[in-house]
Design a protein around this ligand. Structure first.
Ligand SMILES: N[C@@H](CCC(=O)N[C@@H](CS)C(=O)NCC(=O)O)C(=O)O
Length: 214
């Protein structure tokens, strides 16, 4: 299989971190191809023939099956490498982890993405990713995304008050999305406040995991 990737981009990083959590051997075996998004490599006919949406991560299996969407790719890896479990074991745990993951994604990562896409000079006419309609950047999205991100960081600190990790007492995919959201927020000079002590405690723990460097 081949993972179409971009080393700096947050969504492909979610997949790399997920696979690295499975094991360093599995990570080392994964064939990766770098796609230069700022340079437009994701919009070339060659890449669009692989994924007409023009986004990464995109996983192509040996039989030619194409899987995009970070969480769908993670789901595939969870099914083929069930241990260590990162997406839940029981029906209740699966639901709670999925709920937490979606909150970290929709309220954190995507809010930050809106700020970045609507302010980074290299995306002046590409405020939406891939082959989405071409839009100019909008300051309204920067303001709304900034407010939403600040709200997200306050909620994150609150969530971590009674829990060691985002979805409970163990590391899961929800921690991966949240950890990458924190890193991505730095691109637009946002982040947890200095007094978000629960978040800083959690961050220090996650940073120590080898997968944090994937
Ligand atoms: N919901 C998708 C988002 C994929 C996405 O937007 N990826 C970005 C990189 S982080 C991308 O491919 N951008 C292409 C572009 O900017 O044109 C996922 O979770 O995989």
């Amino acid at each position: 299989m081949i993972l179409y990737d971009m080393i700096k981009a947050p969504n492909p990083r979610r997949v790399r971190m997920f696979v690295a959590e499975k094991s360093s051997e599995i990570f080392a075996q994964l064939e990766r191809r770098e796609i230069d998004i700022p340079g437009g490599a994701n919009l070339t006919p060659q890449f669009l023939a692989i994924n007409p949406r023009g986004v990464v991560p995109t996983l192509v299996l040996d039989d030619g099956t194409v899987i995009d969407e970070s969480i769908a790719i993670c789901r595939y890896f969870e099914e083929i490498y069930p241990e260590p479990n990162l997406m839940g074991s029981t029906p209740v745990e699966k639901a709670l982890i999925e709920s937490a993951q979606r909150q970290m994604e929709l309220e954190g990562l995507y809010a930050i993405a809106a700020v970045f896409r609507n302010s980074a000079p290299q995306f002046a006419d590409r405020a939406l990713p891939g082959t989405s309609p071409s839009f100019a950047q909008s300051i309204d999205y920067v303001e709304r995304g900034t407010a939403q991100t600040q709200h997200y960081f306050a909620a994150l600190n609150q969530r971590l008050k009674d829990r060691s990790f985002i979805a409970g007492d163990r590391f899961t995919i929800a921690d991966i999305t949240a950890f990458i959201a924190v890193g991505f927020a730095r691109w637009v000079k946002l982040g947890p406040a200095p007094d978000h002590e629960n978040t800083h405690r959690w961050l220090a723990q996650v940073k120590q995991r080898p997968s944090a460097l994937a």
